[in-house]
Design a protein around this ligand. Structure first.
Ligand code: ASP
Ligand code: MG
Length: 408
């Protein structure tokens, strides 16, 4: 009997009416002869509401207590989904992360899954039940409730699919799939039918917010077939799968943009060994993920070091940078929150030249200045002024996808 993991996002369970609709979809999968494990997010807006409550009491809420509070959104949702299923006569049981249990490390608010004990889930599946599991949450080895970071239900779903060796992990969301660019910005953006894990990881890390990046990493590591699709209709969405040769023919699969980063610059730091090590060790020790790093060529023994971090970490990163310059000596720390990162992504870049030139020319034609550039084998990212973000996405989509069919 095929085993399907279905994950429903916040908007898909955003109201009682929508939960009824979700229950019908689940019942359909059961009637078609599948074993079904459901993973649910909190109802839309609920996690934000809970976080806002903690912020009313504290500027920097204690992470353990924050997890205690924000994890409740999913508990409500799974109970409601299970109730709706029972109303349709479906045999079902809801489980929180700790009831499964989904074991994580103890890094509260951004924990990582270490192990999933599948015995209880298997037992219920064998009893013919649909198992409805709370996304986003787990339990540390010390017995505390943890959460997996915003958007973490995707990771719960893919990790469960891997642990249970599911045939497919369906991610039901409020969009029809993954697009060549944000369709709210680019009218001609197209749904991508198939994308490789690697490309999807880049797209996700670059701001295409369809899925949490860690979930795609998990999928790639364990070869979980992921199908991102709309919960509002039965159309095929986007399949995320292992890459194949055919896929390399497309140079640029998509354009993504990210507005959630801040740039921090250490101005005129002494250009000597150990400075970067000290700075990035201090950031790493506080669990701050650094994205782009740029160090200028030195002048008279001094240089500038810039890096970008997620805006939620920017206050702490700035504080750390200030502490570090007090030790190493530097002219100061500057911060810019009004930046955007625009990227082009595609497997074909591995084997085609000229993508960078074409990207810079397209931005130049619109008079858009580039602050920093970073590349990987399959992506090129440019940091620009936030106010040009939409223009840049449209321009690059036109150059690479509408006119270029992905060709350079
Ligand atoms: N409810 C959590 C959030 O809003 C997790 C999720 O939806 O995936 O971030
Ligand atoms: Mg999500």
């Amino acid at each position: 009997m095929p085993l399907v993991v279905q994950k429903y996002g916040g908007t898909s369970v955003g109201s009682i009416e929508r939960i009824r609709n979700v229950a019908k979809k689940i019942k359909k999968a059961v009637d078609e002869g599948n074993k079904v494990v459901v993973v649910s997010s909190a109802m839309t807006g609920e996690t934000d509401r809970l976080i806002a409550l903690t912020k009313e009491l504290s500027n920097r809420p204690d992470p353990r207590e924050q997890d205690m509070i924000v994890s409740t959104g999913e508990q409500v949702a799974i109970g409601l989904v299970a109730l709706a299923l029972k109303e349709l006569g479906v045999n079902t049981i809801s489980l929180t992360g700790w009831q499964v249990p989904i074991i994580t490390d103890n890094v509260h608010t951004k924990a990582r899954i270490k192990k999933i004990d599948k015995h209880r889930i298997m037992k219920h599946l064998d009893e013919g039940k649909v198992v409805v599991i709370a996304g986003f949450q787990g339990i540390s080895e010390g017995g505390d409730i943890t959460t997996l970071g915003r958007g973490g239900s995707d990771t719960s779903a893919v990790a469960l699919a891997a642990a249970l060796n599911a045939d497919v992990c369906e991610i039901y969301t409020d969009v029809p799939g993954v697009f060549t660019a944000d369709p709210r910005i680019v009218e001609n953006a197209k749904k991508i039918p198939v994308i490789s894990y690697e490309e999807m990881m880049e797209m996700a890390s670059l701001g295409s917010k369809v899925m949490q990046i860690r979930s795609v990493e998990f999928g790639a590591k364990y070869g979980v077939k992921i199908h991102v699709r709309s919960s509002f209709n039965d159309e095929e969405g986007t399949w995320i799968v292992e890459e194949n040769e055919e896929m390399e023919k497309v140079v640029v699969r998509g354009i993504s943009h990210e507005l959630k980063e801040s740039r921090i610059t250490l101005v005129r730091v002494p250009d000597k060994p150990g400075v970067a090590a000290k700075l990035f060790r201090a950031l790493g020790d506080r669990n701050i993920v650094v994205d782009m790093i740029v160090q200028n060529v030195s002048h008279e023994g001094h240089t500038d070091i810039s890096f970008t971090v997620n805006k939620v970490d920017a206050d702490l990163a700035e504080e750390i940078a200030k502490k570090v310059i007090a030790e190493i000596g530097a002219a100061g720390v500057e911060r810019n929150d009004k930046i955007a990162k625009i990227s082009v992504v595609g497997l074909g870049m591995k084997t085609h030249a000229g993508t960078a030139a074409k990207m810079f020319e397209a931005l130049y034609k619109e008079g858009i200045n580039i602050y920093a550039i970073s590349t990987s084998e399959i992506k090129i990212s440019c940091l620009i002024d936030e106010k040009y973000a939409e223009l840049a996405v449209r321009t690059l989509h036109e150059a690479f996808i509408e006119n270029g069919e992905g060709e350079v």
